[in-house]
Design a protein around this ligand. Structure first.
Ligand SMILES: [Cu+2]
Length: 348
């Protein structure tokens, strides 16, 4: 654990302490009231999806840009050097950057039900080094999967809110991403480089939100499974994610947030037909190196325009650092995630 991680954790601790210290006092002072999205921390830190719903007739557009970075390799929860990778594989991944662009639209069908659609475009770049010392890079970019969600407000009272999301991810993304390498041209890229899952993936989320005068907190649980197998004869693993965040509203326009996400992804079931004979080439070609758990902590800021001609425009930026990772087999180490987004709500 390095200094920056310790710093983020300490801040989180101080934050949580303050939140609970204020809690009772504020509940007395403000009495019963609805939870409201009309404040900067009325939306979760920007990396969280489906955290809020809309009132009837509200239409929201969003765009997010999320670069994710990986560097070096791990076995279990330990970093390993290239020599260890070369004991089993001919090529060792060095660095990877995945850039995700996400577009979203939300619409409040009624005060109880909000519909949401999201789509994304992904570009990947990976630097690798072969056992003989040859450095090379693979790159690919394509559409990701489209997700459709129905959000149901279960309750909103006493400054707390609870809602459930049911959705499905539609396989508009690619599971046949390819690029040239020094060994072979037009070779299928490893599992983590594909831009889609290739399967219909149902998911469910539940979200709890609570507001105080200048603080707020939220928690979300997210389950995702996959139906059948994709055209390449395999199925990405099911996943579970639990996220929690606290935010401090410092003015009518700005809030700061701390977040923590636990994510668990199961291993791939089946094997890509095109990679069966290449399992020993590099870790990314081996389904034994899929499935992982991690905890990421994040520091974020939300900016919200409450009135004027740009009313209901929001900008969010967040920086996430992994504090713990445990991988099956040999996989790359995640180093940081940056999320930036803009959201605009219209009332029809
Ligand atoms: Cu929205």
């Amino acid at each position: 654990m390095n200094i920056s991680k310790l710093f983020v954790l300490s801040l989180a601790f101080i934050f949580l302490n303050n939140v609970y210290a204020q809690k009772e006092e504020e509940e007395k002072a403000f009495g019963e009231q609805d939870w409201t999205s009309a404040r900067p921390d009325g939306h979760a830190p920007i990396h969280v999806m489906g955290d809020h719903y809309h009132a009837k007739g509200e239409l929201m557009f969003s765009y997010r840009f999320m670069p994710m970075f990986m560097e070096g390799n791990m076995r279990g929860d330990d970093a390993i050097d290239d020599q260890e990778v070369y004991e089993d594989y001919m090529v060792a991944p060095q660095e990877m950057q995945m850039n995700m662009h996400m577009l979203g639209i939300m619409y409040g069908v009624s005060d109880r039900i909000t519909l949401m659609a999201m789509t994304n475009y992904i570009s990947n770049s990976m630097d690798l080094t072969a056992m003989n010392g040859t450095d090379f890079t693979t790159e690919n970019a394509n559409l990701g999967d489209v997700s459709l969600t129905a959000m149901i407000k279960v309750l909103n009272e006493n400054r707390q809110s609870f809602h459930a999301n049911l959705g499905v991810s539609i396989p508009t993304g690619s599971v046949d991403e390819r690029d040239d390498t020094p060994m072979m041209n037009d070779v299928v890229l490893g599992y983590p480089m594909q831009t889609g899952s290739g399967t219909f993936d149902p998911f469910a989320k539940i979200t709890y939100l609570k507001q105080f005068e200048v603080f707020s907190l939220g928690a979300q649980a997210h389950f995702r499974t996959r139906i059948g197998e994709n055209d390449e004869n395999y199925t990405f693993g099911d996943s579970f994610q639990a996220s929690t965040w606290v935010a401090h509203k410092i003015s009518d326009n700005f809030s700061f947030s701390l977040s923590a996400d636990y994510t668990s992804t199961e291993a791939i079931d089946g094997v890509n037909n095109n990679l069966i004979d290449m399992t020993n080439t590099m870790p990314l070609f081996d389904v034994g190196n899929t499935g992982r758990e991690s905890i990421l902590t994040g520091l974020g800021v939300n900016y919200y325009i409450a009135n004027g001609s740009l009313k209901d425009l929001r900008i969010g930026i967040e920086y996430q650092l992994p504090v713990w990772q445990d991988v099956n087999g040999i996989q790359m180490e995640q180093t940081q995630v940056i999320s930036g987004g803009i959201q605009y709500t219209l009332s029809l």
